[in-house]
Design a protein around this ligand. Sequence first.
Ligand SMILES: Cc1cc2nc3c(=O)[nH]c(=O)nc-3n(C[C@H](O)[C@H](O)[C@H](O)COP(=O)(O)OP(=O)(O)OC[C@H]3O[C@@H](n4cnc5c(N)ncnc54)[C@H](O)[C@@H]3O)c2cc1C
Length: 394
Amino acid sequence: MKLPLEQFYDAIVVGAGPAGAIAAKTFAENGFSTLLLEKDREIGLPVRCGELVGKRGLTLAINPDPSWITHTVNGVTFVSPKGVRVNVPCPEPAYMLNRPVMEKSIVQMAAKYNADIRVGTVAVGLLRKKDAICGVKVLHHDMAIDVGCRIVIAADGIESRMAKLAGLNSTITDLNDIGICAQYRVTNVESPEGFPELHFGKNIVPDCYAWMFPKGDGTANLGLGITAKAAGKESPVQILNRFMTLRFPKAKPLALTVGSVPLGLYLKKLVAGGFMVVGDAARMANCLDGGGITFAMNSAKLAASIACEALSEGDVSEKRLSVFEKRWKNGVGKQQERSYLLKRAVLKVNDSTIEAAAEVLINKDPSKLKYIDLLKLTVKNQPALILEAIKLFK
Ligand SMILES: Cc1cc2nc3c(=O)[nH]c(=O)nc-3n(C[C@H](O)[C@H](O)[C@H](O)COP(=O)(O)OP(=O)(O)OC[C@H]3O[C@@H](n4cnc5c(N)ncnc54)[C@H](O)[C@@H]3O)c2cc1C
């Protein structure tokens, strides 16, 4: 027997990742009838994520329950191509999350306010009336059902189809703007400092970086990302195996996941009549490190809050919803634009510059390090990077 679905909701949220969970919670607690659709069979799984977030970004989106946090992080270890370790205190704390626990918990909050939740249920199309989206075609236990609504929030992740179906241009054309990742959950990793580690160097990854994030429970997320442009003969999993053998020879894998992250700019258009797109689906992430959890949650909170106002006013037109576009562009969007420019410069940094930086940093108290030291170092090693740096401050 299939679970019954209402024929009509105020809001349908597609995807129950961090973005979709927050959007559904926001609609439901504001009294709007809500349907949350998740194509996977269990909310929060599989974990395609290093699970490291900044405390500030997370608490902006939601007051985190202690059960979501496995570990508080106060520093990061940078590891140079030759293995020089530099410990840098975090300017503000970060958290290692248990994402399945967090996502289920937020979805439970939505359920408390009567949101309908369907797992193993795929949104396969959008319904249209004149120029506006007015519902979702749902595949629910092999049955195709049309469910009407006043607004759809697409939180369907990097592989989003909803944005394109709504007529938004979501194609990533620059291969530098997509990161391909592979990650093991491992046990038997040793880290002298216990900090998350970021490993750099062409001997480790063709570009971007590799990571080892201790979970605080004897396991760690050990992974790496490369741009699609750098993807060559070796698959990310093969590169990851090499990295693990080189730097963590005792590690034993417990799980393997692969996934992608957006490393470009957010979509130019984020709304259509009766439709909004958030999180990875809208290509919202830190272009420098691929971190997207807090971007997803905060974009969803902002979009759903604006959508709640629009629903109350009875106006879900593209014009009314475009407030979201403007607020994103003038807020977090600016941060993303800056990280995009920075990424373009960082991708050009060569191993000898990283090595030289590590040699300078290792002997200094990072809090006392002056930018002029780094500037001198950069000029000496890679004068061309100065031009990239100037663009950042324009
Ligand atoms: C290997 C890896 C490591 C990462 N590490 C970090 C990290 O340490 N810190 C960080 O901040 N970010 C990290 N990220 C990025 C982070 O995982 C994403 O930015 C974040 O998950 C985006 O959240 P979201 O809700 O937008 O999308 P997702 O988390 O991708 O959620 C989308 C959901 O929609 C569902 N869905 C898709 N299509 C449909 C459909 N048609 N119908 C119904 N459901 C659908 C999917 O099953 C999924 O559950 C990492 C990513 C990868 C791949």
